[in-house]
Design a protein around this ligand. Structure first.
Ligand SMILES: Nc1ncnc2c1ncn2[C@@H]1O[C@H](COP(=O)(O)OP(=O)(O)OP(=O)(O)O)[C@@H](O)[C@H]1O
Ligand SMILES: CCCCCCCCCCCCC/C=C/[C@@H](O)[C@H](CO)NC(C)=O
Ligand SMILES: [Ca+2]
Length: 501
């Protein structure tokens, strides 16, 4: 049974509800109260006389702009036995939905975004998990990397069907690092080898948005709304994602699932980290300041184009959760390409990176689970042109249709800054300032642009400028998370949005 179409409600209307979107069912007492959760509600006198038995179904209602809400509908009937039969049948149907989580491990970052994580969870999310009979173990983090380290070493993962973070992209990144690292260690995979294939994680990660950018949530669900995300988690939606591994000199640095940005986004992040007290507004302040400094960086970008996939970064299609994996049409054909130049920004977007500040994202047509990342190169240009490029992220105009911008869909890429003295260790934090002043003295055409920017890796600063990145190929690198895009659902079926690898 995939749909229940019921008889008369208290308003005399009929109602259709997909079983896969039912959250809970509870029987009502003849005296107008629910039997199991003690929440009492008034029913119209006429209904109780004509139909003395009733039960209430809580279900997902699609509201506006990808928003989901929990709604209740009460059904009335004449016979108690019939009423109980309905309740029992619906409960059996819900139990049979094996993709739904029953036990979740939840990490809350109390300092993400506007520092509302705990309140958001307690007021908006926990009541829904309780309604759906999901048991939770909640940990409020006490320091950065608390969730990552707990997941990597201590957490008894066998007890849970999924892990959930309440926070922003940085918290999601912590979960990815904890889970992916643990999975590789348990399977003997050497993370330091850039060529090694990652073993996929079996546990799914859900995000309740409570950060500053919430790009991973927004780009997959279509909105950063805690209730919507909680409902996607409850109904067991899943979406595979690409994971890029970032290395320096055969040493693993980090994973990235959204943006790897050098130049503009790296400088903006480095500046904004010192202004965390400003909350999400720090990105606007530092973004504007970074725009005014107009620094460019010289270096060499080498990349392996993804020639074996359908689609390009200039497509008009948009990919959110619900996307079916693209099939490979052939094996790697092209070789590496090399581009040298002066860049204002080098961005690698493994997903669209849509967020409230940029609703279509840095690469609007990027796919969620195709094993590629969109490499965007913004060459040195005038401030005016760079502003035009940035502003196009917020309008319907194509930000790639500019002579100084190029975009490539790639499987791997490398970046080497021009003034990289050798391949040996170059710790930007320690050496960056010294090199900057030396290069300023030595460089005849010095325009006082520093030699190095930083890489912004999903909102974290990387300690090296020279990096090698591999966007791990499907299906071995897929990470699941509980999200789906509501408009992708055309025909009702028992598992309308569950994707298997
Ligand atoms: N208890 C804590 N105290 C301090 N920092 C923490 C704590 N828990 C997590 N963190 C760190 O806080 C950083 C920011 O968290 P988060 O991503 O949730 O919010 P944000 O940066 O405001 O949002 P976004 O990443 O969406 O821009 C992360 O790098 C995370 O490691
Ligand atoms: C001239 C003014 C320019 C203002 C620029 C505003 C900033 C736009 C933000 C778009 C960022 C989208 C990419 C998301 C990256 C996330 O991984 C990261 C961590 O949350 N967020 C940022 C801001 O780096
Ligand atoms: Ca991708």
């Amino acid at each position: 049974m995939s749909w229940l179409t019921f008889f008369i409600t208290s308003h005399g209307t009929s109602h259709g509800v997909s079983v896969s979107e039912i959250l809970a069912v509870r029987e009502l007492d003849v005296d107008c109260g629910t039997k199991d959760d003690g929440r009492w509600q008034k029913m119209p006198q006429k209904s109780t006389e004509a139909y003395p038995y009733a039960f209430t179904v809580s279900y997902v209602e699609r509201a506006w702009q990808h928003r989901w809400r929990c709604s209740d509908v009460t059904f009335h009937c004449l016979e108690g036995a019939l009423c109980q039969q309905w309740v029992q049948t619906i409960r059996e149907q819900l139990t049979a939905l094996t993709s739904r989580p029953k036990h979740l491990l939840v990490y809350i970052n109390p300092y993400g975004g506007k520092q509302q994580g705990e309140r958001i969870y307690e007021q908006k999310v926990a009541p829904l998990f309780t309604l759906a009979s999901i048991s939770t173990h909640v940990i409020v983090t006490e320091h950065a990397n608390h969730a990552r380290d707990h997941l990597r070493t201590e957490a008894e993962l066998k007890k849970y069907d999924g892990v959930v973070c309440v926070g922003g992209d940085g918290m999601f990144s912590e979960m990815v690092h904890g889970l992916v690292s643990r999975t590789q260690r348990d399977n003997g995979v050497d993370q330091n080898s850039p060529e090694e294939k990652l073993v996929p994680c079996t546990l799914r990660i859900g995000i309740i948005p409570a950060g500053s950018t919430d790009c991973i949530c927004y780009a997959t669900v279509g909105i950063n709304d805690p209730v919507t995300s909680a409902l996607h988690i409850i109904v067991g939606d899943a979406q595979p994602m690409d994971v890029c591994s970032v290395h320096h000199n055969n040493t693993f640095l980090r994973y990235s699932v959204s943006l790897l940005g050098y130049g503009f986004y790296g400088d903006m992040l480095a500046d904004s980290e010192r202004k965390r007290w400003m909350g999400p507004a720090r990105y606007d302040f530092s973004g504007f300041k970074t725009f005014l400094t107009h620094h460019y960086y010289e270096g060499t970008v080498s990349f392996l184009p993804a020639t074996d996939i359908l689609g390009t970064p200039r497509d008009k299609t948009r990919c959110r959760a619900g996307y079916v994996l693209l099939q490979r049409t052939m094996e790697y054909k092209g070789g590496w390409r090399v581009i040298r130049g002066k860049f204002l920004a080098i961005n690698a977007a493994s997903m669209s990176c849509a967020c409230p500040r940029s609703p279509k994202g840095l690469s609007p047509a990027a796919h969620l689970a195709d094993g590629t990342t969109d490499l965007i190169l913004v060459r040195k240009c005038s401030r005016f042109n760079f502003l035009r490029h940035l502003l196009r992220h917020t309008s319907k105009y194509d930000q790639f249709d500019m002579t100084f911008v190029e975009v490539h869909r790639v499987r791997r890429f490398r970046f080497t800054p021009r003034y990289c003295q050798s391949d040996s260790e170059l710790d930007l934090r320690e050496n960056g300032k010294r090199l900057f002043s030396q290069i300023c003295r030595d460089h005849p055409a010095c325009s006082c642009s520093p030699a190095y920017s930083s890489w912004n890796c999903d909102g974290e600063i990387l300690p090296h400028a020279a990096i090698e990145v591999g966007c791990v190929t499907t299906p071995y690198n897929l990470l699941c998370k509980y999200t789906v895009h509501s408009e992708s659902i055309q025909t009702p079926s028992l598992f309308p949005h569950f994707f298997t690898l």
